[in-house]
Design a protein around this ligand. Structure first.
Ligand code: GDP
Ligand code: MG
Length: 441
């Protein structure tokens, strides 16, 4: 899948502290291949990789603490942009009823969507009416009546002798009925063909003129691959639409259609359909789709958590101290107290495969330990705190007596201090522990 390919690409950036132009080109080439294999339109791919390349070679990456991670962020941001940037909500009419017309190929999921939208609208406090303007197939009207019943809403269907065979007439009549019965939303289901068809496009266009919709939603089966762009363009020319609904995202759609259509038509994706049931449906979030494509959701959360826990400034201060060998037992105490504040740090480290060593260190910490450590360190002279190498046998005995601890306790503390100094060195060098695929050097 697209996700797998991209994840693999980023794994190759692992351990790169500095990226060379060759690294960037190699990565961009892989991204390009992954997107093309996922059926993303060629023009969209070119545009996308061009932007990523330019940014990846720029200052924001060069100056980043972790360049590889920065490239991942850039890819993510550009994906969100291509998918429409901000989430776009449905537009409602200032004066009801709000009219929503559905258009798209046969089998795309229009009738199912009509039911989903209706149910969702009811949940939002609206009183929608469904209109059966698909008179192409014998059972299309019945199908809409069934989903309408499931959603618990009124369905306007052509009466015998009253507009049968003329969907434009049906749509017009339906508008009158909706106003009379005070429905504040009207959802118009229309006919589709298996392929783009001039006569049908004309019909949809005429229905559009007749009902003057607030939204025309182009319903697109996410599984149709490269055809998505051609179909979308044809509908944009023939009927035009205000938004896109992607259906069948529950299947193993490769995601390419989604990437291409919003970008090529300049129309936002408003909803995503993820199953046959009326509840399998949700407003479309470009950022979530991008994360899903990149499989980044979990990884990004992890990075955020790690960045929060390992306050970078603090790490830099420690790094400086280590460099000048002024990391003292007082600093150690401060570090321990900081660790105490991190709360769930052990759980977090459990998610980082590279942090096993640190996790073991942290297992040694508990709060009573910190209290005892405080007592011991306070029994030391300032000189001893600054330079633990001074701590010979007789000094350790004196400290043990002064703090009410044993010499073994004091020895254990000095050992932990040395371990912590080593750990801090690791943290200071890398900024944070290794994450496969994006770890620092
Ligand atoms: P229409 O011809 O555009 O009205 O399409 P339909 O609403 O009749 O749907 C065609 C088929 O696709 C039906 O069998 C639906 O149950 C199915 N379908 C619609 N939306 C989805 C979806 O999001 N996921 C899946 N798996 N099936 C869907
Ligand atoms: Mg239908």
């Amino acid at each position: 899948t697209l996700s797998d390919r991209l994840t693999e690409t980023f794994r190759n950036l692992r351990g790169k502290g500095r990226l060379t132009p060759a690294d960037v080109d190699g990565t961009v080439r892989e991204i390009r291949r992954a997107l093309l294999e996922a059926d993303v339109n060629l023009d969209v791919v070119k545009d996308f990789t061009g932007k990523v390349r330019e940014r990846a070679l720029g200052d924001e990456v060069n100056k980043a603490l972790n360049p590889a991670q920065q490239v991942v962020q850039i890819v993510n941001e550009e994906l969100v942009q291509i998918l429409g940037g901000q989430q776009r909500r449905l537009e409602f009419a200032k004066t009801p009823p709000t009219v929503i017309m559905l258009a798209g190929l046969q089998g795309a999921g229009k009738t199912t969507l009509a039911g989903k939208l209706a149910k969702w609208m009811v949940g939002e406090g609206h009183s929608p009416m469904l209109v059966a303007a698909d008179l192409q197939r014998p059972n299309a009207v019945t199908q809409l009546q069934v989903v309408g019943e499931q959603a618990g809403v009124t369905v306007y269907a052509p009466q015998p002798g009253n507009g049968v065979g003329d969907p434009v007439r049906v749509a017009k009549d339906a508008m009158k009925v909706a106003r009379d019965r005070q429905h504040d939303v009207v959802i118009v289901d229309t006919a589709g063909r298996l392929g783009v068809d001039a006569e049908l496009m004309k019909q949809a266009s005429n229905i559009r003129k007749a009902v003057d919709p607030d939204e025309v939603l182009f319903v697109l089966d996410a599984m149709i691959g490269q055809d998505a762009v051609g179909t979308a363009k044809a509908f944009q020319e023939g009927v035009d639409f205000t938004g896109v609904v992607l259906t069948k995202l529950d299947g193993d759609a490769r995601g390419g259609a989604a990437l291409s259509v919003a970008s090529v038509t300049g129309r936002p994706i408003i909803f995503a359909s993820t199953g046959e049931g009326l509840d399998d449906f949700e407003p479309f979030h470009p950022d979530r789709m991008a994360s899903r494509i990149l499989d980044l959701g979990d990884i990004l959360t992890l990075i955020e958590q790690a960045q929060k826990a390992f306050d970078e400034e603090e790490a830099l201060k420690v790094a400086e101290k280590l460099a000048t060998e002024t990391f003292t037992l007082e600093d150690f105490l401060a570090q321990m107290q900081q660790l105490k504040n991190m709360g769930s740090i052990k759980g977090m480290l459990g998610m980082l495969p590279g942090a096993k060593g640190m996790r073991e260190q942290l297992d040694n910490f508990d709060e009573r330990e910190i209290v005892r450590t405080e007592a011991i360190i306070q029994s030391m002279t300032p000189a001893e705190r600054r330079n633990p190498k001074l701590l010979n046998g007789s000094r350790r005995l004196r400290i043990a007596r002064g703090s009410g601890m044993t010499v073994t306790d004091v020895n254990a503390l000095v050992t932990r201090f040395e371990q912590a100094a080593k750990m801090m060195k690791t943290v200071a060098r890398g900024g944070m522990p290794q994450i496969p695929g994006m770890g620092p050097v």
